[in-house]
Each structure stands twice: as structure tokens, then as C-alpha cells.
Write a protein that binds this ligand. Structure first.
Ligand SMILES: NC(=O)c1ccc[n+]([C@@H]2O[C@H](COP(=O)([O-])OP(=O)(O)OC[C@H]3O[C@@H](n4cnc5c(N)ncnc54)[C@H](O)[C@@H]3O)[C@@H](O)[C@H]2O)c1
Length: 487
């Protein structure tokens, strides 16, 4: 009897049509996994960016705009079946029982709170679109990372879409939920398929159940955490702040190791064996990147200041300050080791994405480090297995150095402002360079045959390993100098 009742309850609030606004790094993979796990739900991902939608619809699934291991396989299974990509935003909102807001929330660049507060103009635009186009009852789910109490703003915009006079009041109704996404780029599919937890914040129990029923198709109930709206919004900001803090903490210890003779890998292992600390996220590196950590901490500091919590703001700000310092410190180590000048010298940059297994370069440490080296007059040969040349050009904001007949003398003389060239293979990137800097932990870099490739480097040549990728013995055997972060 109880079973039948539950069945009826489920059917009452069962979701049949989902619209996801925002076809980016979160919207695309998240909806692909939901579509794969819930064949009974029809999902359309919409975006104002027509190019992006065209790539999601590209006949060759290897050309979809987001690279994530396992994603293209899922897309080939569900696209055109129960997952669709479209630019018809209003139309798709009107058909949906549930709308996910998955749009970008970058840091404001001007106006009040510039440099710290999140820019909510895209979220607000979405809320207005939903208010205008929704039909009947619609559950609106915040998937984007948002400042605490944004749900209130969304609710106010949605409610104001009701006609004033109103017998028809009630034609459109809304419930707002917070369901932040915890996926990490590079492991997004794994994270979505077996999440540590799914967090749902809200006040309307029926709406909460509708959303948790979707996840229950593959996530155990014990991993679905239900909270109030504000706890949910704040948990996402806090989780990112804690993760970033761990990276800054271990990077601070890496610098300490270099000064004192410790080895950060050994220290990380020793402290990570303590259950209370744990071993994950303890790898020293060139600093955290990605679109979220810095933006979310800045947002947390902005909110702390707003609520008069200056000391809290200062505490979290220091996590970012250490990250910025780390990138500058690495650039300085390169210059120092290459006899105090890199003007006119050639340096291979191995890795441009902010971490392995993603083509995302947002806030990648490689950008700031490359810019600093260019400022010092270096000629950079940049390689990355997944990042396209155009993206590097956009990030560095300098055109690629072009010379039809590649001539080393021209390049070496081009030492006023530095220059960069895109290299398709590691071998080409290392050809005739004074140094190679490993900035992303791509698998390809673990397998470099240094004994062979070093023969083409200009001696005395250096390898700067910021990701603990190389085996020191191999580098030494190849006759190269090695600088390892935290050694
Ligand atoms: N990238 C991550 O790893 C990650 C992880 C967890 C949470 N988040 C959060 O998720 C949110 C989205 O991040 P992302 O990396 O997917 O961003 P993204 O920039 O890759 O994608 C956002 C998309 O939204 C579209 N968009 C903006 N306004 C629109 C509108 N009014 N109508 C239709 N489309 C619109 C943009 O064109 C863009 O394609 C952010 O708040 C981010 O902080 C990101």
C-alpha cells in the first residue's frame, strides 16, 4: 500500500520536460548525464551563443565545444533522442516543467563591487526570460554558483511577472531551488555519475522532491542532502574556498621546502596520511585556475565585507594573494636560473589549460606565467594537447609570431617584447629551446623521452617542472638541469 502511495506521489510531481539555460562547461555535461540516466525526461539545453549550440550539434561528436573524458560517448547516445541543443530560449522555457539556470556568473569588472562581487546580469536576464515565457507551474533551479540570497532576487523577478489585477493570478507559479554543481572539470562525467553528494536547497517540499526524484535515478538517497536555500548557496562558495585554500596552503609549504631543503611531495604524503587532513588536493603546483575558485573567493570576501566581517574577508583574500604570488614566483625562478635574463631566449611552455583533461583556460596559471615571460622578452613555443591556437591568442592578447620561413636568428633578435608560437607537437615545442616549463599535468608530459628530445635543446638547457611530472633521474641522464617546485 505504502509503495503504491509513493508511486502516485512520484507521478504527481514527476518532471517530463527540462530546459537548461546555458550550454557551457556545466550545462552541457550535467544535462548529458541527466539525459543518459533518465530516458523518460526530455531535455533541451539552450544558449544565446549560436556558435556554441552549432558545435554541440556538430555531426562529429569529437567537435563538441567542451572536452571532458567520456562526454562525447554520452552525447552520441542521447543527442537527438532525449537531449537537444537549441537557440530557441523562450520556446523551450514555455515547454518546461523545470528550468535550470546554468549561465556564467563572472566577477564584476566595473561599478559597485567591481573586482569582487559576482556579476549577476546573466542570471537576472534569465530570470526575466523565465518570468516572461513560462507557462503553468515551473520549478526554477539555480545551478550556477551564486551569492547567498540570490534566490530571493530570482523569486522577486519571477513573482513580478504576475499580472497586477488578477484573476489570472496563479496562471504562472514558480518554485525556486538551489542545486549548486560540484563537478570538477577534467573529471566532470565521473563526478556527475557518482557524486560525493547532491545538494538541494529550498522551501517547497514538493519541488525539492521533484528534483531529488530525478537524481534518485542513479544517486543513492543517502547522498542527496536537503537544506534551506541560503545554506545551499553558501555551501557552494564555502566548498570552493576550502579547496582553493588547500592549494594555497600546500604551495606555501612548497616555497618553504625550497628554502629549507624539504621536499613538498614527501611533506604532502606525511601530512596527508593523517585522516583528519586527508591526501586529496595536496599537490603543489603553479597555482589554482579555472573559472570558479578565484571568482567565488572574491565573492565570499565581498559578502564578508558587506556584512561587516572584515577579518573573514582578509582571511580569504590571503588565499588569492598567495596564488598570485606563486605564479610570479615561478616566472622569477625561470629568469633567475637562465642567468638573470630571458630576453631573446626560447622557452617551451608545456600545457596551457588550467589542469589536465580539459580544454578550459579560464584563469589558467599558464596565462599569467606566459605573460610575465613575454614581458621579459622571451620567445615562447606553446604546446597543449587540447587548447586551440585561437584560444591562446585570445588569452595572451598578442598575435602569434608569424614568419613564413622560420628563422631562429629572427626569433632570437625579436627580443623587444617577446613573442609566442603555437606548436602542434612536443617535439616541435622543444626544438632549440633554452628551457621547457611544464605547467599542466597532461599525461603526454609524463611520457616525454627526454634522452631523445633533449638532443635538440640549446645547452645549457633547463626543465622547470611545476607539476611533479618528470623523473629527476631521467632529466639528469639527459644532461639537463632541473628545477622542481617544492624541492
Ligand atoms: N566550470 C566549472 O567547473 C563549474 C563547476 C561548478 C559550478 N560552476 C558554475 O556554473 C556556472 C556556469 O559555469 P560554466 O563554466 O558552465 O560557464 P560557461 O561560460 O561555460 O557557460 C555559460 C553559458 O551561458 C550562456 N548564457 C548566458 N546568458 C544567457 C541567457 N540569458 N540565455 C541563454 N544563454 C545564456 C553563455 O552564452 C554561455 O554559453 C557558473 O556560475 C559557474 O561558477 C562552474
Amino acid at each position: 500500500m505504502q509503495l503504491i502511495k509513493n508511486e502516485i506521489k512520484k507521478r504527481d510531481h514527476a518532471i517530463k520536460n527540462i530546459c537548461c539555460i546555458g550550454a557551457g562547461y556545466v550545462g552541457g555535461p550535467t544535462m548529458a548525464v541527466i539525459a543518459d540516466k533518465c530516458p523518460h525526461i526530455n531535455i533541451t539545453v539552450v544558449d544565446v551563443n549560436k556558435d556554441r549550440i552549432d558545435f554541440w550539434n556538430h555531426p562529429d561528436v569529437n567537435n563538441i565545444p567542451v572536452f571532458e573524458p567520456g562526454l562525447s560517448n554520452i552525447i552520441s547516445r542521447v543527442r537527438g533522442v532525449n537531449l537537444h541543443f537549441s537557440t530557441e530560449v523562450n520556446d523551450e522555457i514555455s515547454k518546461a516543467d523545470m528550468v535550470f539556470l546554468c549561465v556564467n556568473t563572472p566577477t564584476k569588472t566595473k561599478g559597485l563591487g567591481a573586482g569582487k562581487a559576482s556579476d549577476l546580469k546573466w542570471i537576472e536576464a534569465c530570470a526575466r526570460q523565465v518570468a516572461k515565457s513560462a507557462v503553468g507551474h515551473t520549478i526554477v533551479v539555480e545551478k550556477s554558483t551564486l551569492p547567498v540570497r540570490t534566490a530571493k532576487t530570482i523569486q522577486t523577478i519571477l513573482e513580478s511577472s504576475q499580472p497586477f489585477n488578477s484573476e489570472s493570478n496563479g496562471n504562472k507559479t514558480f518554485s525556486v531551488l538551489s542545486n549548486p554543481e560540484f563537478l570538477a572539470e577534467g573529471t566532470a562525467i565521473k563526478d556527475l555519475e557518482s557524486p560525493d553528494r547532491v545538494l538541494i536547497g529550498g522551501e517547497d517540499n514538493q519541488a525539492i522532491n521533484s528534483l531529488s526524484d530525478i537524481y534518485s535515478n542513479w544517486v543513492p538517497d543517502s547522498k542527496i542532502i536537503k537544506t534551506n536555500l541560503w545554506s545551499s548557496e553558501l555551501s557552494k562558495l564555502s566548498a570552493n574556498a576550502f579547496l582553493a585554500q588547500r592549494i594555497s596552503s600546500i604551495n606555501s609549504i612548497a616555497a618553504f621546502c625550497e628554502a629549507t631543503g624539504g621536499d613538498v611531495r614527501e611533506v604532502a604524503k606525511a601530512i596527508g596520511s593523517d585522516n583528519r587532513i586527508g591526501s586529496k588536493f595536496l599537490q603543489a603546483g603553479p597555482g589554482f585556475g579555472g573559472s570558479c575558485f578565484k571568482k567565488d573567493i572574491l565573492n565570499l570576501t565581498y559578502l564578508s565585507e558587506y556584512f561587516g566581517l572584515k577579518e573573514v574577508a582578509n582571511y580569504w583574500e590571503s588565499v588569492i594573494a598567495l596564488n598570485e604570488w606563486q605564479k610570479q614566483r615561478i616566472a622569477r625562478k625561470v629568469v633567475d636560473n637562465l642567468f638573470g635574463t630571458i630576453s631573446g631566449k626560447s622557452i617551451a611552455i608545456l600545457g596551457f589549460s588550467f589542469k589536465a583533461n580539459t580544454n578550459d583556460t579560464r584563469e589558467s596559471p599558464s596565462i599569467d606565467i606566459a605573460k610575465k615571460l613575454l614581458e621579459e622578452g622571451a620567445n615562447l613555443f606553446i604546446h597543449d594537447p587540447k587548447v586551440e591556437k585561437n584560444q591562446i591568442e585570445k588569452d595572451l592578447n598578442i598575435p602569434e609570431f608569424k614568419h613564413s620561413d622560420y628563422d631562429e636568428n629572427i626569433l632570437r633578435a625579436n627580443n623587444e617584447e617577446g613573442s609566442w608560437m603555437y606548436k602542434k607537437s612536443i617535439k616541435d615545442a622543444l626544438y632549440n629551446v633554452d628551457a621547457a616549463i611544464i605547467l599542466t599535468e597532461w599525461n603526454d608530459y609524463y611520457n616525454i623521452k627526454w634522452d631523445e628530445l633533449s638532443l635538440n635543446m640549446r645547452r645549457p638547457a633547463w626543465v622547470f617542472d611545476t607539476r611533479s611530472v618528470v623523473k629527476p633521474d631521467e632529466i639528469k641522464k639527459a644532461g639537463l638541469n632541473l628545477w622542481r617546485l617544492g624541492d
